[in-house]
Design a protein. Structure first.
Length: 469
């Protein structure tokens, strides 16, 4: 296969592809053998008709078209790899006229690619970084969670309130018929608990032992099992007992029972350190992203909207796969948001543009700094990990398939991000936000410029506004 890449306007490329006659002929034979599986000819068993007879019977054009349907996805992937093109969005393929016997196949691919960036400053940037402060409320919430886990339930003779556990028997029907899981005895629910169907919560609040209640529940559209989604069930409920949760005292005895620490002070200190570690990691990640965003803001990057929309589409498809892996129907998820698939793709465009800007500036930084990952860098990116394939073997397989370039590009961008991040100077978040709000003449709406003349005391173009002027 031969390829030639031509750059087009608006961050697109055209790849001219030529497939050798031998490769095309082999694919036509494979297509003919596949079609022979459904063909019956006198003197031949089913599926054993020779390729040439299949071509004579069906016509060469029909067999070639089938061969192209089978092979074009693979040839397209190979053309991308051979051309070192990382596509964004769906390609436009043009096969043109079918080749005569013994001739090569020519087709073109037009696809979006990463936009170029003209670098501005990207080293030593002053970037806002959050100070790690652990709120007392966060420590208290974690202590409360531990207390809840050690709480005990005591029967009480009073109406149920939020936080109480209610022991019930229930039997449910849909259109008068019971369904799987519709009946249970001595079932315990906690009023106000997350995940409790709100209809049960509302109906059982104020109920006491011996009460009987009727609860109507409309299951949400994303309910599991799916056969109940959107349906309304009626439950006959008998309240058997109300139990009050008693929490342990906040003292050293509680601390030793809830943890490996002997005192409540030690437990709170450990919780504070754990929360601080998490907040520190989040602050580090935010600072890293802000440094790259600052470098992108200093660069000149033109991103066509078509490219932004294509990346947003790719991002939503990734979310759909993640939802499906968790057993969540993407359409039901969209309906819960009050939107459809197209709306959610449009909503993703802001994140898509930010991602494209980051990639563009990091690719330019990598080129300017001559960043090229070593084999050690690639192996580090691949592993090691428990239960994963040996990184060396995986890298060898990627090279054999020609897909190591994708990994190499990913690592290059990561190394470029490290360079930008490690050279950045942290400043307080409030100072960084204040700088973003500073007015400059470039931000002044054109309609406020009047007749274009300069009033007395007015800033000259490009001069920074400061308080007191």
């Amino acid at each position: 296969m031969k390829t030639n890449v031509t750059e087009l306007p608006e961050s697109r490329v055209k790849i001219d592809v030529a497939v050798e006659p031998e490769a095309l002929s082999a694919q036509i034979d494979r297509a003919a053998k596949s079609l022979a599986g459904e063909m019956k000819l006198p003197g031949f068993r089913k599926g054993k008709v020779p390729p040439q007879l299949v071509i004579q019977r069906l016509g060469r054009e029909a067999v070639v078209e089938q061969a192209l349907r089978d092979a074009l996805p693979e040839w397209y992937e190979r053309a991308l790899l051979d051309s070192a093109v990382t596509p964004i969005g769906e390609p436009k393929l043009d096969v043109g006229d079918l080749p005569a016997a013994g001739k090569e196949l020519s087709f073109t691919v037009e696809v979006g690619v990463r936009p170029p960036a003209e670098l501005g400053d990207y080293k030593g940037l002053e970037v806002g970084r959050a100070e790690v402060e652990v709120p007392e409320e966060a420590i208290g919430s974690e202590v409360d969670r531990l207390r809840e886990g050690l709480g005990s339930l005591t029967p009480v003779e009073r109406p149920a309130a939020a936080g109480d556990a209610v022991v019930i028997d229930f039997a449910g029907t849909i259109d008068g018929e019971p369904f799987e899981g519709s009946e249970s005895r001595d079932f315990v629910i906690e009023l106000g608990a997350e995940g409790l169907l709100p209809e049960f919560d509302a109906e059982l609040a104020g109920a006491a032992g011996g009460d009987e209640r009727t609860v109507e529940v409309t299951f949400p559209d994303d309910h599991r099992p799916e056969e109940l989604a959107g349906k309304t069930a009626t439950f006959a409920v008998t309240v058997k007992e109300v139990r009050e949760k008693e929490l342990p005292e906040l003292d050293d005895e509680f601390a030793s029972e809830a943890s490996e620490f002997d005192t409540l002070g030690e437990l709170r200190e450990s919780i504070s350190e754990r929360i601080a570690e998490g907040l520190g990691q989040r602050a580090e990640a935010d600072f890293r992203e802000a440094a790259v965003d600052a470098a992108a803001a200093n660069a000149t990057i033109e991103i066509p909207h078509e490219l932004v929309h294509a990346r947003a589409h790719e991002m939503w498809e990734r979310v759909e796969r993640q939802l499906a892996a968790r057993g969540i129907d993407p359409q039901s998820y969209a309906r819960m948001q009050g939107k459809d698939r197209h709306d959610l793709i449009d909503d993703a465009e802001e994140d898509a543009e930010r991602a494209l800007r980051r990639e563009a500036v990091l690719a330019a930084v990598a080129e300017a700094e001559g960043i090229e990952p070593s084999d050690e860098d690639l192996l580090e990116a691949l592993g090691p990990g428990e239960g994963k394939e040996d990184p060396s073997k995986l890298l060898d397989r990627l090279r054999e398939s020609g897909r190591d370039n994708l990994l190499r590009d990913e690592v290059r961008l990561r190394m470029a991000a490290d360079l930008v991040f490690e050279s950045a100077e942290p400043i307080p978040i409030a100072q960084a936000e204040a700088r973003e709000q500073i007015w400059t003449p470039d931000k002044e709406p054109a309609e406020q410029a009047g007749d274009g003349g300069e009033a007395e005391g007015e800033q000259k173009p490009g001069e920074l506004w400061t308080p007191g002027r």
